[in-house]
Design a protein around this ligand. Structure first.
Ligand SMILES: NC(=O)c1ccc[n+]([C@@H]2O[C@H](COP(=O)([O-])OP(=O)(O)OC[C@H]3O[C@@H](n4cnc5c(N)ncnc54)[C@H](O)[C@@H]3O)[C@@H](O)[C@H]2O)c1
Length: 448
């Protein structure tokens, strides 16, 4: 089928590429000229494992192309996906101006001779946005254009987006138009996954409700981690015991610094704002946010307790991205932690396997963080190592080397990546989340 994607970012580029990979002909549109030029030059503007190879392969096969022209996208695609940003406004509600703009641009490019077109919202949007998109297109398009609107939320995870798109857990779309449902079923025919077809409102709600539930799991385990710290229990064992219950499951029960990234923080805020506007103040989700925000502060408290004053202290930070296997630093907790330590006068020297380029470009702290050349030189002469992101490289680090390079062998692990007993055996004083500290030289701190 001929498909177009408006917005060629993390979602648009990976979705478009995977649609091409299963045999569709895809036009990816982006109004960022630099991004499109990069893609036309055969380079990939983001880091996503496996994506570069697939883009190259499908461009060469003539199934994938890039343009800055929305009218070209509308001409090319019988189904047009919208994958533009939906950032938060200061009050937490969603800024829908990108969606509205694209809806207008599509409307202005639609003509009756194109025949039936489907406009699919893949961006994460508040319930009822689909109706607004339909209304906008009707208002700005010339009379006689024939179109349907569908909500098709995206559940990919950055870092394994290609796999998530090619082998999804589920495909959800919602439409109030049978012709649109038929076309959507054809698009997803090559994918082996359960398909749930709903009305438009339910599809829109599923995305916000799903992300909020995952965030709730994270805040829940972080709240339990606080009880572990006060009682001497080990959160890893507790999480394992909880997660063995199939009704609960082990995933998203990892205690740590809390959730960040371009989706969870804004989607939880959005769901709170949406619920409030519909007359239900979602207090449970406000608590989820509260636990998440204070989690970072509690962790910083451990660093302050040990280092006393951060002013002029060199601190090594492993991790800048919001999670492993991505270069994305948007709303990254590690970056926020770096910002707070810098504010207190610390010198932060950071290393990240993929995030240094994006941190320099988009991190707002570029002039303030010092970026190391590699993982181990980052540690040289530092008073402590702070682990902010769950990269596997950090979990598999040579801890004897860590102990040797640090000025004082202190490690604050915000992602519970290291085994406490191994860390202590290698001479490290080790603090993590929801587990007793080990190797502590000062007995007063051992209770932390
Ligand atoms: N990143 C994720 O993991 C993820 C997962 C699921 C859903 N989502 C949702 O998908 C949407 C897109 O997220 P993203 O991470 O891909 O964002 P992104 O910022 O990486 O990409 C959005 C792209 O849209 C382009 N754009 C903006 N206005 C445009 C216009 N008028 N015409 C053409 N292009 C335009 C931007 O230049 C950018 O390249 C958001 O609603 C997000 O919540 C994201």
């Amino acid at each position: 089928m001929k498909l177009s994607i408006i917005g060629t970012g993390y979602v648009g580029l990976t979705t478009g590429t995977c649609f091409a990979e299963v045999g569709h002909e895809v036009t990816c549109v982006d109004n960022n000229e630099e991004k499109v030029r990069t893609l036309l030059d055969g380079k990939i503007p983001i880091y996503e494992p496996g994506l570069a190879e697939l883009v190259k392969k499908n461009v060469a096969a003539g199934r994938l192309k890039f343009t800055t022209s929305t009218p070209e996208g509308v001409q090319d695609g019988e189904v047009i996906f919208i994958a533009v940003p939906t950032p938060p406004q200061p009050d937490g509600s969603v800024d829908l101006s990108y969606i509205e703009k694209v809806a207008r641009e599509i409307a202005e490019a639609l003509t009756p001779d194109l025949g039936y077109r489907v406009i699919v919202d893949k961006s994460t949007v508040p319930v009822k946005t689909g109706h607004k998109v339909a209304e906008t297109v009707r208002r700005y398009a010339e009379p006689g254009v024939d179109f349907g609107v569908v909500s098709n939320p995206e559940f990919l995870r950055e870092g394994c987006a290609v796999q998530d798109l090619l082998e999804p857990d589920r495909i959800v779309f919602g439409a109030n138009d049978e012709r649109a449902v038929t076309l959507m079923n054809r698009i997803y025919e090559p994918f082996v996954a359960p398909v749930l077809v709903t009305d438009m409102e339910s599809a829109e709600l599923i995305k916000h409700a799903a992300n909020s539930f995952l965030a709730l799991k994270i805040s829940y385990i972080n709240a339990v981690a606080r009880i572990c710290e006060q009682s001497g229990a080990d959160i890893e064992k507790v999480a394992e015991g909880i997660g063995m219950d199939h009704r609960i499951g082990r995933s998203f029960l990892n205690a740590g610094l809390g959730y960040g990234g371009s989706c969870f923080p804004k989607d939880i805020k959005a769901f709170i704002a949406i619920s409030e506007s519909l007359g239900y103040p979602f207090e449970l989700l406000k608590q989820v946010e509260e636990v998440n925000e204070t989690q970072r502060e509690l962790f910083l408290g451990k660093i302050r307790d040990k280092l006393w004053v951060l002013q002029d202290k060199k601190i090594a930070l492993w991790g800048l991205t919001f999670k492993q296997n991505t270069d994305d630093v948007r709303e990254s907790v590690a970056m926020k932690l770096a910002g707070q330590m810098l504010e207190e006068g610390a010198e932060v020297v950071a290393w990240d396997p993929q995030g240094i380029g994006t941190a320099r470009k988009f991190g707002n702290l570029s002039g303030k963080i010092t970026y190391a050349d590699d993982m181990y030189s980052c540690l040289d002469g530092a008073e402590a190592l702070v682990i902010g992101t769950e990269w596997p490289e950090f979990a598999n680090a040579d801890l004897a080397e860590v102990a040797k390079r640090l000025r004082t062998p202190l490690v604050f692990d915000g992602r519970n990546l290291l085994d406490p007993h191994t860390a202590s055996a290698k001479g490290l004083e080790y603090y993590s989340v929801g587990r007793p500290a080990v190797g502590v030289t000062d007995s007063a701190a051992a209770a932390v």
